[in-house]
Design a binder for this molecule. Structure first.
Ligand SMILES: NC(=O)c1ccc[n+]([C@@H]2O[C@H](COP(=O)([O-])OP(=O)(O)OC[C@H]3O[C@@H](n4cnc5c(N)ncnc54)[C@H](OP(=O)(O)O)[C@@H]3O)[C@@H](O)[C@H]2O)c1
Length: 281
């Protein structure tokens, strides 16, 4: 897809990766509908991009009202949208038994349910174009289950499954579906504990601009999927073919991973149980 003049919806536009994507897409001549919850950050981004063809919607996509505002905004545009980039997301780093039910629900909602609902709601508008594109931003952790990120991995595995099924469902249509999987990237998504863990394990951490470049390449080449980074791409394949190899490698990292958990686990274990239930468990 030639990006010049294309109208693209970008969720999570105010985040580390989203803002870098917005800058790159704007340089390529795309007209952007930027989505985030924080109006001030959206204002600043719009001012920085300094192009009258861009606009924004401030809203929480977990709420039906936020999604409705996005759809109404897109409907009111002079031309139908050409693309949707589902990039908004969040993360939790903690063992499952120290993770609250609300926390898990919010994580699965924004990372999995929201991209599904936004896609469903914007599909009629995308179908009005001869050619339209959807990109779901997943993660290496959408292919490799990683200790301490069970909820995040579940959400991103789900997003990858949704992307594959939707790609096949829309195979005979004008809308194509793509999947972009960044590895660890320097943004506010990662807590100081996660940054420290990555440093301790010697994991590469990308600049968000690299992810933005990968998005542009994916959009322009229309390749099905792109997994960023080496050796992460290899690990994804190995995990698929020989999962016990990755089981063993991660087992060796387990003590290190645990040492970076942010909470005092003895007091945080299963926060949804009452203290008497906790004593019994
Ligand atoms: N950073 C990494 O290491 C990494 C690695 C692999 C994949 N990814 C994926 O890349 C994507 C972008 O992540 P990032 O690192 O740029 O994260 P980030 O800096 O924390 O930004 C997250 C973005 O999502 C938006 N958002 C969160 N909840 C929302 C909600 N309920 N409604 C509307 N918008 C919401 C935030 O908007 P406001 O805060 O303004 O509301 C923000 O713009 C995510 O899908 C993430 O899973 C990141």
């Amino acid at each position: 897809m030639n990006l010049s003049g294309k109208q693209l919806v970008l969720t999570g536009a105010t985040g580390g990766i989203g803002a870098a994507m917005a800058r790159r897409l704007s340089e390529r001549g795309a007209a952007l509908v930027l989505l985030g919850r924080n109006r001030e950050r959206l204002d600043n981004l719009l001012r920085e991009l300094d192009q009258p063809r861009h606009s924004y919607v401030a809203g929480d996509l977990s709420d039906a009202a936020g999604r409705r505002a996005l759809v109404e905004h897109c409907r009111a545009l002079p031309l139908p949208i050409d693309g949707l980039i589902n990039n908004a997301g969040t993360s939790v780093f903690a063992p499952i038994d120290a993770t609250g039910a609300d926390e898990l629900q919010a994580l699965l909602t924004i990372n999995l349910l929201v991209p599904m609902l936004v896609t469903r709601d914007l599909l009629p508008l995308l179908r009005r174009r001869d050619r339209a594109i959807i990109v779901n931003v997943g993660s290496t952790f959408g292919s490799i289950g990683y200790p301490g990120f069970t909820g995040y991995c579940a959400s991103k595995f789900g997003l990858r499954g949704f992307s594959e099924a939707l790609r096949r469902e829309l195979a005979n249509s004008s809308v194509s579906v793509h999947y972009l999987a960044p590895r660890a990237t320097h943004t506010g998504l990662n807590s100081p504990s996660v940054d420290a863990l990555n440093a301790a394990l010697g994991n590469a951490i990308d600049d968000p601009r690299l992810v933005a470049d990968a998005l542009v390449t994916l959009l322009e080449s229309e390749s099905k999927a792109h997994y960023i980074g080496w050796p992460e791409g290899l690990f994804v394949r190995l995990n698929h073919l020989l999962p016990s190899l990755i089981d063993n490698a991660l087992k060796k990292q387990l003590d290190t991973i645990r040492s970076f958990f942010p909470h005092k686990l003895s007091t945080k274990k299963n926060p949804d149980l009452t203290s008497s239930q906790r004593d019994l468990s």
